[in-house]
Design a protein around this ligand. Structure first.
Ligand SMILES: Cc1cc2nc3c(=O)[nH]c(=O)nc-3n(C[C@H](O)[C@H](O)[C@H](O)COP(=O)(O)O)c2cc1C
Length: 182
């Protein structure tokens, strides 16, 4: 016998993703995102509210980077989900984090986060449910800090990251920490 618990997003964990973009003046914005992730071997999907500055930036630049939030930067990750760059143009600057320009996509790479995926938008879909926009993007290159390079298992699609990552849980809206170390 099985009991129905109702429709809820039970596929846990949901890594808290940091979506980094440039605005129309080249100012860096980073947004916290739980409703997004890998949707095929080289594709990601973001489910995003169209009122966010990040949504505007992605439409203009057709690119973004995704990083995974780690425990060392939990406060900054939280801040990126609470404040909009539409209200505070100095949003990113206030965190004291550092960004460098990607050589492959028109988006910034946040130096302090452990893993970054560079992404180019291939399709944007408006949906009647959930957040109104879904952006599908192709992942071009992963970036790892030098000290993590040895963690790559060559010839396999496995990328163990020895970091404690921040995970999101709905509807409790609790953020968990998960150790995915080796
Ligand atoms: C844990 C967490 C998860 C979030 N997930 C999403 C999401 O999946 N999609 C979305 O549109 N907004 C999401 N948000 C809200 C945005 O991060 C927030 O509104 C942010 O201030 C937008 O910043 P921006 O206007 O500078 O782009 C989330 C916020 C938090 C705290």
């Amino acid at each position: 016998m099985k009991k129905s618990l109702g429709v809820k997003p039970y596929l846990f964990p949901m890594p808290v993703l940091m979506i980094a973009t440039y605005d129309e003046n080249g100012t860096v914005d980073v947004m916290n995102m739980a409703w997004g992730g890998i949707c095929s071997d080289n594709m990601v999907a973001l489910n995003i509210f169209e009122g966010h500055k990040t949504s505007e930036n992605i439409k203009n630049r057709k690119a973004f980077t995704i990083s995974v939030a780690d425990i060392d930067h939990m406060a900054e990750a939280d801040f990126f989900g609470m404040v909009s760059a539409s209200d505070d143009i100095r949003k990113f600057e206030r965190t004291g984090m550092h960004a460098l320009k990607s050589e492959n996509v028109d988006a910034p790479i946040i130096e302090e986060f452990p893993l970054t995926l560079e992404c180019k938008v291939v399709e944007a879909v408006n949906t009647p449910s959930g957040f109104p926009e879904i952006h599908l993007a192709r992942v071009l290159l992963p970036h790892l800090p030098i000290f993590l390079e040895n963690c790559l298992i060559h010839n396999a699609d496995i990328l163990p990251i020895p970091h404690v990552t921040v995970q999101f849980s709905w509807p409790s809206t609790v953020c968990y920490l998960i150790h995915s170390g080796i």
